[in-house]
Design a protein around this ligand. Structure first.
Ligand SMILES: O=C(O)CCC(=O)C(=O)O
Ligand SMILES: [Fe+2]
Length: 295
């Protein structure tokens, strides 16, 4: 049987979405963002994104190989687009899913990264991978570490490189191997892959352990998406979000956005743990509110 993902709309019950994610590792939420939000993000980041030079040296060439030579990647989107920070990163449905997937294993979850990811014409298939491999030293099996999304900012089609997803792969036993052993293992067979075709404003929402990758773009038009993910509040994040959104900029955002960006302490005292992320033994989100954080 050809694999597929369950589809929901933005008014769906988060419990049903989480049940589908638990079963298949991923879901598609159609119409997550309104056309207005899609337009505003496109307006706020469009010029900067088009100006990204895919040839720019990154600190490790492996990153360029991972995304391919035709991908424009704009990091730190919450610091570049207020709409992204408020209407996308703080989307109530995404956070309701995070509450259910991540909160069992932390006192608060946080933004892992928010990037615009534009895969240009000529892009080849990205290697299939699990995003949680970045935390390579985490023993497995273990808790869910991450909830990730690829959000379509243009219509995603198989031809323009819709994200490829391997339903059920979050439950494959190879998830418990080290990331290096996974890379050296055999790739998922082509018949296990489905394509997250979806209209602009929709998202594929998946676990850190679900195998996926960008598709090949055989059209003449770039496939613009966002890669937005959240992780447990006690993990090191992929993007250094406090530096990407420094205090002066964070101060202009709503408190909830500041907390997600990582300004709030991770307080696991009620769980028998301690505090993470303090500044001068205070909660930085409070210092930010009082104008007492160095900018
Ligand atoms: O662009 C996509 O569709 C997927 C990107 C991705 O999986 C990644 O960058 O980790
Ligand atoms: Fe990925």
């Amino acid at each position: 049987m050809t694999p597929s993902l369950q589809r929901f709309d933005a008014s769906a019950d988060p419990d049903k979405i989480v049940a589908a994610i638990d079963q298949d590792g991923a879901v598609i939420v159609e119409g997550l963002l309104s056309a207005d939000v899609v337009d505003r993000v496109n307006d706020e980041v469009g010029t900067a994104l088009e100006a990204v030079d895919p040839e720019e040296e990154l600190f490790n060439p492996i990153m360029k190989a991972f995304h391919g030579p035709f991908t424009k990647q704009l990091a730190g989107a919450p610091g570049l687009s207020r709409t992204f920070a408020v209407d996308v990163m703080c989307h109530p449905l995404l956070l309701a899913v995070c509450d259910r997937v991540l909160l069992p294993s932390c006192a608060r979850y946080q933004l892992n990264l928010g990037h615009l990811l534009q895969r240009g014409p000529g892009s080849d298939e990205q290697v299939l991978h699990r995003d949680e491999a970045v935390w390579s030293d985490m023993p497995r099996p273990g808790p869910e570490l991450q909830l990730a999304t690829v959000i379509a900012f243009v219509d995603f089609t198989r031809e323009n490189g819709a994200t490829r997803v391997v339903p059920g792969s979050h439950r494959w036993s190879d998830r418990n191997l080290s990331p290096m052993e996974q890379i050296l293992g055999s790739p998922p067979p082509p018949e296990s892959v489905t394509y997250a075709e979806m209209p602009a404003g929709s998202a594929v929402v998946y676990l850190g352990g679900t195998i996926h990758g960008g598709g090949a773009n055989s059209t003449q038009v770039a496939r613009r998406g966002a890669h937005l993910s959240y992780c447990l509040g006690w993990l090191r994040t992929e993007e250094n979000n406090y530096l990407s959104v420094p205090p002066a900029l964070a101060a202009t955002l709503p408190r909830h956005a500041q907390e997600l960006i990582g300004y709030a302490v991770h307080d696991s005292i009620p769980r028998g743990g301690g505090y993470l992320g303090m500044v001068r033994m205070q909660d930085p989100v409070e210092l930010l509110a009082r104008g007492e954080l160095p900018t």
